[in-house]
Design a protein around this ligand. Structure first.
Ligand code: SAM
Length: 448
């Protein structure tokens, strides 16, 4: 691969004689040429700049001098030729861009100084080569040479043979996984009171791999959240998804990327979307024999816009919503009794069945949209709901929360058991006209 680096300070490029890039040049893998732009001037002062058209501070580099230099460089190469122009107003230089450039035959880098290069240079060459105006980052350097060196090194190391161990390219930050790299350690095992995380020295390679993956996710969430939002969901296994949920991202079924999610008290502006969600999810938990008319009647009475407005207005109702990708994806409705009384007595609250020294709270609804099941969303919503109920009953030593769930709904019972609920009794429950048998489950709100 050929690089032509054009600058008024070609000495800058002496660093490219060092290290891996230097070795790659010796081995003929990289063919790097540094040129002095002033070699294309004709005046005694070897002038490359002039005052800016339209006025203002500084000087602008002349297109005629650049044109001669770039023409010469283009003639020296062939195949896929790229003219790279460093500029703070360019597109950010990314690993993807470097991977793409590593397939070019020639990259010419036109390094600006002063106020930059006359804009017609990029415009003119767009007709005959690929023009890539790139930025090294959101800061201003004095010249494009550092950016050129960065580009040569980042692109050059992707050329097969330049980096000895090709595997080290696969696991890096911004590589296929789309994550920042995990933290790395080496001997000594203890240094200034700091030790290497024991999982890395345990010999358990599976655990070490998982630990690294989780740290890569941590770092990326903390430092580069936009990379999480761009992650390819197909590269995430179940453990990744669970871990991402603990970091505030959910990956619903068939979604291309993780979504930013949060659990919070529901507010009036959530109501229309909550009503739609409730209507969508309620039938999932009904016994198969229940008629559509009965389901509709229940929704109309308990899950309508008016009903939700009432829940929100009444301090006894605790309404919690899971928002993912900007939309409600799950919700819970819980009823607090007066003082240390019983909520849902008429619904079959297990009063007298469970031991308590505080209120008996009813967890009336726990619903999560289908696409979010198995993503960690339910556990997250449940934990947040229980924390809210715990806080609301903090005056009492041993409040208890109970719920009733369809006896045939094994999935729900399993999820509730995982959340610490145990079956305490059964109840008969009327939905519309039909009688249903429910399992009644309960758990202490506060687990010592
Ligand atoms: N007036 C220009 C602006 O505000 O965008 C800045 C010119 S800068 C002082 C001079 C040269 O440094 C640029 O032409 C470019 O070659 C190089 N340069 C400065 N910052 C850069 C960055 N963040 N990325 C790439 N090149 C940069």
């Amino acid at each position: 691969m050929r690089f032509d680096l054009i600058s008024v300070f070609p000495e800058f490029f002496d660093v490219l004689k060092l290290s891996l890039v230097g070795k790659a040049r010796e081995h003929g893998l990289l063919d790097i040429h540094a040129h002095n732009l002033r070699d294309w001037t004709t005046d005694p002062h070897r002038t490359v700049d002039d005052t800016p058209a339209g006025g203002g501070a500084g000087m602008v580099m002349r297109p005629d001098i650049w044109g001669k230099a770039i023409d010469t460089a283009l003639r020296a190469g062939s195949g896929r030729q790229v003219l790279a122009i460093p500029t703070p107003s360019g597109t950010p230089l990314t690993q993807r861009a470097c991977e793409d450039l590593s397939h070019a035959d020639q990259v010419i880098v036109a390094c600006g100084r002063y106020e930059g290069i006359d804009a017609r240079v990029a415009q003119h060459y767009a007709g005959q080569a690929e023009v890539f105006e790139f930025s090294l980052g959101d800061y201003v350097l004095n010249g494009g040479e550092i950016a050129a060196v960065a580009l040569v090194e980042a692109v050059g190391r992707l050329i097969p043979g330049v980096v000895g161990n090709a595997q080290s390219l696969v696991e890096e930050s911004f590589s296929e996984a789309g994550l920042l790299e995990y933290p790395v350690y080496t001997r000594p095992e203890e240094w200034r009171g700091l030790t290497i995380p024991s999982v890395l020295t345990s010999g358990d390679h599976g655990a070490a791999r998982r630990w690294r993956r989780d740290r890569a996710l941590d770092r990326t969430v903390e430092r580069r959240p936009e990379m999480i939002a761009a992650l390819d969901a197909a590269t995430l296994d179940k453990k990744d998804r669970r871990y991402l949920a603990s970091l505030g991202y959910l990956v619903p079924k068939s979604a291309p990327h993780p979504e930013r999610a949060e659990v919070r008290p529901a507010s009036a502006s959530d109501v229309p979307a909550l009503v739609a969600l409730a209507a969508r999810t309620f039938p999932d938990a009904c016994p198969p024999a229940m008629s559509p008319a009965s389901i509709a009647a229940f929704i109309n009475e308990h899950l309508s816009e008016r009903a939700f407005a009432e829940y929100l207005a009444d301090p006894h109702w605790v309404t919690t919503v899971l928002i993912s990708g900007g939309r409600p994806a799950g919700y819970t409705l819980a009823l607090l009794p007066e003082g240390n009384g019983v909520a849902g007595a008429e619904d079959g609250a297990p009063d007298g069945v469970v031991e308590r020294d505080g209120p008996l709270v009813e967890l009336s609804k726990v619903y999560v949209d289908r696409a979010y099941r198995g993503t960690g969303a339910t556990a997250w919503l449940m934990d947040a709901t229980l924390a809210r109920l715990d806080e609301a009953t903090s005056d009492y030593p041993r409040p208890v929360v109970w719920l009733g769930t369809n006896a045939g709904n094994r999935r729900a019972q399993h999820a509730y058991r995982k959340a610490g609920f145990e079956k305490v009794t059964t109840r008969e429950f009327l939905v519309g006209e039909e009688r249903n048998s429910d399992v009644v489950m309960a758990r202490p709100l506060r687990v010592a």
